[in-house]
Design a protein around this ligand. Structure first.
Ligand code: GLC
Length: 547
């Protein structure tokens, strides 16, 4: 077993990290420039969102060639330089494998369209129903139907995402072999981690049926066959190297399945991402609606997953932010009055928990949502589709913009704020997506100069390396009934760590178990206060006591 449990992973969204050539889009050379910064932070692996050739309809998740670098980001030589530079800094590389679908510009899809039977079998093609209806009633996750006419034929192809992202048929062993070759290609270049995009939706049945009660999700999500596919992929690729770390992105999954996906002895994946805790502000499960955040639900979800994964040997990827989510600091806390305290609270709440923490670029300096006020500033395809849908629903422009400001994926995709120079030092040209207006106040230079969020992250990352109770300890929920506190106890051999987080502005008392009264304050976001049987947590306070 490797020491993956001691590592923290950093996520880079290449388009928005650092532009070295002034075209407004981040690139590989830009990333190389910033490696010393990441080494200083202390992370040991970087997950890169896709930088393969792509029409960029879904910002690189529509891949047209799995084994090349898109010229937008650089060349294969740049990539090789990146990996060897990273090695010098002791940082490993995790690549994004988007295997549920390819771009319709991929040569496989193009050859299928041209009539080659072999490649037609790579995709999920079906005729219309006898009555002329689409093959099933499934809905695309980006809005609209999940089926599109396949060229001049009478068939339709399935696309669970954008119409330019055609689903692959994993039942075809040739498809699986092609994809395994992709993993091994990158392994040979020294890649030590793989993130599998929406990997729990790959198991479609031979006979596709209408969903009698929903949008189709339950007909293809977490199907039992996926476990077999993952075991086969593991055997034929990354499972041959014990140092490799894998994470599966699981859409609308269950804890039962995530335990199976991540138990070591099952030889599927190292860990899983799930999103339940990031839906606690979706009224009735609807993303594109205004909603307030339900702390009870958040706490119950974190406890439920933490405890079950711990008891049954599963492993969670721990995160608040990524390229698909608005920033948690804006979303759940008060980023105006308590930005610094809030950023630290969110960090400690997951970095001290059981699982592998991920830091999304900019989180370590407390970046916030930009809240653009005009549609023209948004680029994301899901956002643009949602705008049209909300208009059809008759919503006012002002209401639509409020929803988009709160929900758009572009919230986290704005350029990394490096300095107070124009375009936040991200690019000398015009950035592909506007920079958040607050860059003169929130940026890396200012943060390293006199901020305290970055150093708090440094400390958390070091604590995980040095304390087995953090990297290995079990998870038990604490103060589960408390209306404001998310608390847990980690235990490893004789060591115990109590972590308390006040998710609100109001100061709140919470009981302290007697044995922790004289324990050591390992980390906190306020000066140490006197401890008694009851302690009062200040606004957005986090603290961890070790005994
Ligand atoms: C994942 C990615 C997201 C992408 C989708 C389709 O959810 O994180 O950015 O749009 O898969 O590939």
């Amino acid at each position: 077993m490797t020491d993956f449990k001691k590592k923290v992973i950093y996520q880079i969204y290449p388009k928005s990290f650092k532009d070295s050539d002034g075209d407004g889009v981040g690139d590989i050379q830009g990333i190389i420039e910033k490696l010393p910064y990441l080494q200083k932070l202390g992370i040991e692996m970087i997950w890169f969102n896709p930088f393969y050739p792509s029409p960029q309809n879904d910002n690189g998740y529509d891949i047209s060639d799995y084994c090349q670098i898109d010229p937008l980001f650089g060349t294969m030589t740049d990539f090789e330089r990146l990996i060897s530079e990273m090695e010098k800094f002791g940082i490993e590389m995790m690549l994004d494998m988007v295997f549920n679908h390819t771009s319709t510009k991929h040569v496989w899809f193009q050859r299928a369209l041209a009539g080659e039977k072999k490649y037609q079998k790579y995709y999920i093609l079906r005729p219309a129903k006898a009555n002329g209806d689409l093959p099933t009633n499934w809905v695309s996750k980006f809005g609209g139907h999940a089926w599109q006419k396949f060229g001049e034929t009478d068939l339709y192809y399935l696309h669970l995402y954008d119409v330019t992202q055609a689903d692959l048929d994993w039942r075809n062993p040739d498809v699986r072999q092609e994809l395994y070759r992709v993993i091994n290609f990158w392994r040979n270049k020294g890649v030590k981690g793989f993130r599998f995009d929406v990997i729990n939706v790959i198991g479609k049945a031979e006979e596709l049926l209408d969903d009698p009660t929903g949008d189709g999700k339950k007909m293809y999500t977490d199907q039992p066959i996926i476990h077999e596919y993952l075991q086969e992929m593991n055997r034929q690729t990354f499972g041959q190297d014990a140092r490799i770390i894998t994470v599966g992105e699981m859409s609308a999954t269950t804890v039962e399945n995530c335990i199976l996906y991540s138990q070591t002895e099952r030889k599927e994946l190292t860990m899983t991402f799930n999103f339940h805790h990031l839906k606690v502000d979706y009224p009735n499960g609807e993303k594109w609606q205004e909603g307030t955040f339900d702390f009870e639900q958040l706490k119950d979800l974190l406890h439920g997953w933490g405890q079950r994964m711990s008891a049954e040997g599963g492993w969670n990827a721990l995160f608040w932010n990524n390229h698909d989510q608005p920033r948690a600091l804006t979303r759940f806390l008060d980023d105006k009055n308590y930005r610094v305290e809030g950023a630290k609270l969110l960090a400690a709440a997951i970095h001290l928990s059981r699982g592998t923490p991920y830091i999304y670029q900019g989180e370590e300096i407390g970046m916030t949502d930009p809240k653009f006020d005009k549609l023209a500033d948004y680029r994301d395809i899901e956002t643009l589709n949602a705008y049209k849908k909300l208009q059809l629903m008759g919503y006012s422009e002002a209401k639509i913009m409020r929803i988009i400001q709160a929900k758009s994926r572009d919230n986290s995709r704005t350029p990394m704020q490096w300095s107070d120079e124009p375009s936040a030092g991200f690019s000398t040209g015009e950035p592909w997506l506007p920079v958040a207006e607050n860059y003169q106040k929130i940026n890396v230079e200012t943060e390293l100069d006199h901020g305290s969020i970055f150093s708090f992250y440094q400390r958390l990352i070091q604590l995980r390396k040095n304390h087995l109770v953090i990297s290995e300890g079990s998870y038990t929920a604490y103060a589960t009934e408390h209306p404001q506190i998310y608390g847990y106890i980690r235990s490893f051999k004789k060591q115990r760590l109590l972590v308390l987080n006040n998710f609100f502005e109001k100061a709140e008392p919470v009981p302290l178990p007697a044995e922790f009264i004289s324990g050591k304050l390992l980390v906190g976001n306020y000066p140490e206060a006197e401890r008694k049987a009851m302690i009062t947590l200040r606004p957005y306070e986090t603290l961890a006591i070790l005994i």
